[in-house]
Design a protein around this ligand. Structure first.
Ligand code: TYD
Length: 140
């Protein structure tokens, strides 16, 4: 069975390095294959905390570990995969229809998220059993 788990991918972010530091950038079309509708960031996470714990019906996202590191765990209703994000020039593209949790945050981590949709609670599935049922009924 193919699922959106197979479309998850790391994106190497272009990086201009000089003696005064790094400048990394992404552009719509070249690095991102969706139109950017929203940017948000997560910071000040307690190292014992997990975030996420939901799926999105239509929202695609790119996660960038601007600082520190954390892990993203993805589940398609059958199979799971985990990805460690620990380099600010290595982003993770996460398509919709995947249950996700974020954990193992290093102290001081900052996670920037580029999103394909504006915020809408309608796009969330916040119960795991509801997600598994919804996913089983979705056309593949
Ligand atoms: P949520 O997506 O559940 O955060 P996380 O997955 O990091 O745990 O969002 C947490 C709260 O913030 C929830 O009440 C919805 C709200 N929120 C917004 O108002 N706008 C946004 O762009 C996002 C991402 C969340």
């Amino acid at each position: 069975m193919s699922s959106n788990l197979s479309f998850v991918k790391f994106i190497e972010i272009r990086n201009i390095q000089s003696s005064s530091g790094h400048l990394a950038f992404l552009e719509q079309g070249t690095d991102l294959d969706f139109e950017i509708k929203r940017i948000y960031y997560i910071f000040g996470v307690n190292t014992a905390s997990a975030r996420g714990g939901h799926a999105h019906k239509a929202l695609a996202q790119v996660f960038i570990p601007i600082s520190g590191s954390f892990r993203i765990n993805l589940f398609d209703g059958v199979e799971s995969k985990s990805f460690v994000l620990d380099c600010p020039t290595k982003a993770l593209y996460v398509p919709p229809k995947l249950w996700r949790t974020l954990d193992t945050f290093e102290a001081g981590s900052v996670c920037l998220v580029i999103a394909s949709e504006c915020y809408s609670e309608e796009d969330y599935i916040r119960e795991l059993d509801q997600f598994v049922l919804w996913q089983a009924g979705e056309p593949k």
